[in-house]
Each structure stands twice: as C-alpha cells, then as structure tokens.
Design a protein around this ligand. Structure first.
Ligand code: GDD
Ligand code: MG
Length: 341
C-alpha cells in the first residue's frame, strides 16, 4: 500500500508574526479559501491510507483541518529527522505488505494538483523498485538558499529496469549559501521539493548509519520518549539525506513553491496592487513611489513611501519590517523573542 505522511508539526517561524505559537503556517490560508494543510490533504487522495505527523499541542486542530487522516503524534518536536524516523517505526508493521511512505510537507503551493499527485505515485513505485530513498526534484529558477540541492549522477541508463524518469544522486546539499547555490545550479542540480518516498525499512536502515542511530535504537527498545529526549533537533535533510547512500531523484515538473517565507507567499499568493508593483497578501495599501514590497496586514491600511523590497507584516499587536531578501532570517527574530520571554 501507499501511505501518505503529511508533516505538520513545524512552527513556521519564518512567517512571523502571522505564524506564531499555536497558529503555525499549516493552519493559515494565505489567499486560498482553506488552510495550507487541508489543501495538502487534497493532493494525497491517491494514497491507500493517510497520516498527519505532528506534535501533541497541534493535534486537535489538525483533526479539524484533516478529518480524513490518522494522527501520528511524536513525543517531542525535534524537527523532521526524528519525526520521519518515528513515522517509519510506527508504520513499519501496521500493514500486511510493506508499505511505501510518501512523506510531504504542508507548506507548499502547487499549480496542478492532479499532475502533482501522479508524480508522487510514480515516486512511490520507484521507492518500491529501488529500495532506496526517493526525492522529487524541481528545476531551479534562481539561486535560492532556503532549499536542498540534488545533483543527479547521470547514471539513469545503467539502473536496472529503469525508464529514464529517475536517476541516482551524486550529492545532496541542504541550504547552501548563495555562491554554492549558483555552482550547484550550474552543475545541473535540482531543488529538493522536500517530498520523499521510501519504505520504512529503507529509511530505518539509513537512519541507523546517521546521527539518528541512537533514536532508532531507543525506538527498537520500545522507548520512544527516551529516544526523543536524548536526540538533537535536526531536519531529515541534514541528518539523513546529505549522507545516505541509496538516494534517487525523479523530476517534479509542476508549478511549485514552498510557502515558508514572506518572499514566497508574496510571489505566489498575492494580488499585485493597482499599479502592479507591490505584493499585497492582506490589508489595504497606498504605494507612493514604492515597489516590490510584500504587505500582509489584515484589517489595516499601510502607506508605503519611497521604499522597495520590504516585508511589512502586521498581525495582532506585532509588526515585522525587514528587507525582502532577508526572508530566511525572520526565524532569528523568533529565536531572539523566545530568549527574551
Ligand atoms: N511533524 C513534524 N515535526 N513536522 C515538522 C517539524 C517537526 O518537528 N518541523 C517541521 N515540520 C514540518 C513543517 O510543518 C513543514 O510542513 C515541513 O515539516 C518542512 O519543514 P520546513 O521547516 O518548512 O523545511 P524547509 O522548507 O526549511 O526545508 C525543507 O523543504 C524544502 C522544500 O520545501 C527541506 O527538505 C529542503 O531541502 C527543501 O528544499
Ligand atoms: Mg518549507
């Protein structure tokens, strides 16, 4: 069976102040009429079973946004590495035949849901065929620093039984700096869509050879709490994908974006203002010689005078103003606020 595992346990700190504490990005709508999480559920209808992977404090609200899915609640929020190892461990013996897990984030913008779902199904087949970790690769359009980069090894023809629609992976690099991102693009790298297909056995095998080995050991000893207490928070990209040996990539040629930053939400979910120069997500704006700003300020009126490339986001009693090019750094504000409180 194909089992979809939707990741929805992050706090979305780069979308502060819209995304805060008990209101993370997966519950926000951003222009759509339903939450990012329920839009994600629509794209997983092909799966035989579906689970949402999250932390205890989000569980009730998850159930409202995704009533059709089962819940897998991790003992603690330790980022996607421990979360995905936990899911593989919980699901490995649940079915008669070994399932293939298709794991996907809940913060994506997708242009064509049907085409997207067909590629996910194909990735599941490749995972069953290869017994490896399968990634979906998006053609890069700029040297973005917020993504993982996948360099294919060009051995597609030598793969046993392979059609040309997937390839081995020479190198996986998570969130490179701008210079490195430029080099990787020139070397023919894809962006990692953050969507993976694997069997529980394949993921657990790679996790045993990773910094998550002690977590796997604790899970196998039937002590998930102990495992989660001891493990460092780390994403699956750093912990496993950068060092795993059996990694494959299949292209995902659909209109796709990660809505994890204000820059991205502005790019995909806004009305451009009347003069077609600024990205308005919420609120009214009056631009005077102002261009390429992204404004998210529900129920407010924002005047922009002679400013460019800014984020202006106002939610509740909080306001964020930052250069649009620093979208990835907004999480540092949240870290700083947490230290202070
Ligand atoms: N269950 C659970 N537990 N989910 C989590 C946790 C956690 O502790 N932390 C984050 N998530 C969820 C988020 O809610 C999101 O849906 C998904 O995992 C991905 O986390 P992000 O924090 O958005 O990751 P990213 O965007 O920085 O990077 C990943 O995605 C990129 C593409 O969108 C990486 O896989 C990159 O390599 C990739 O390019
Ligand atoms: Mg993301």
């Amino acid at each position: 069976p194909i089992v979809a595992c939707v990741l929805a346990g992050g706090i979305g700190s780069r979308l502060y102040p819209a995304s805060r504490g008990e209101r993370p990005k997966q519950f926000l709508e951003f222009g759509g009429d339903r939450s990012l999480l329920s839009q994600t559920m629509d794209r997983t209808a092909f799966a035989d079973e579906r689970f949402v992977l999250t932390r205890e404090s989000f569980a009730d609200e998850i159930h409202e946004h995704a009533p059709e899915a089962g819940l897998l609640v991790e003992p603690a929020g330790k980022d996607t590495g421990p979360a995905l190892v936990y899911a593989a461990w919980r699901l490995r013996e649940r079915f008669d035949r070994a399932p293939v897990l298709v794991c996907l984030p809940s913060d994506h913008h997708v242009g064509d849901d049907a085409a997207f779902a067909a590629h996910l199904e194909r990735a599941a087949e490749i995972a069953a065929e290869t017994d490896g970790l399968v990634t979906l690769g998006v053609e890069p359009t700029r040297p973005a620093t917020g993504y993982g980069y996948i360099v294919p090894d060009g051995d597609a023809d030598e793969l046993e039984g392979a059609s040309a629609d997937y390839d081995g992976v020479e190198r996986f690099t998570e969130k490179p700096d701008r210079e490195e991102a430029r080099r990787l693009r020139e070397a023919g790298a894809y962006w990692n869509a953050g969507i993976f297909a694997w069997t529980p056995a394949a993921l657990l095998r790679e996790a045993r050879a990773s910094p998550l080995a002690s977590l796997v050991e604790a899970l196998e000893a039937g002590e998930p709490e102990r495992g989660f207490d001891a493990v460092e928070a780390v994403s699956v990209d750093y912990a496993i994908m950068e060092r795993a040996s059996d990694v494959f990539v299949t292209p995902l040629p659909v209109d796709w974006d990660d809505l994890g930053t204000w820059d991205a939400v502005g790019r995909t979910r806004s009305d451009r203002d009347a003069a077609a120069t600024n990205d308005r997500i919420a609120g009214e704006i009056l631009p005077v010689d102002a261009a390429n700003n992204v404004v998210a300020a529900p129920d407010r009126h924002v005047s922009l005078l002679e400013v460019e490339d800014l984020i202006v986001a106002a939610y509740d009693d909080r306001i964020l103003v930052a250069p649009r090019t620093s979208s990835q750094r907004v999480r540092e504000v949240v870290d700083r606020l947490r230290e202070r409180d």
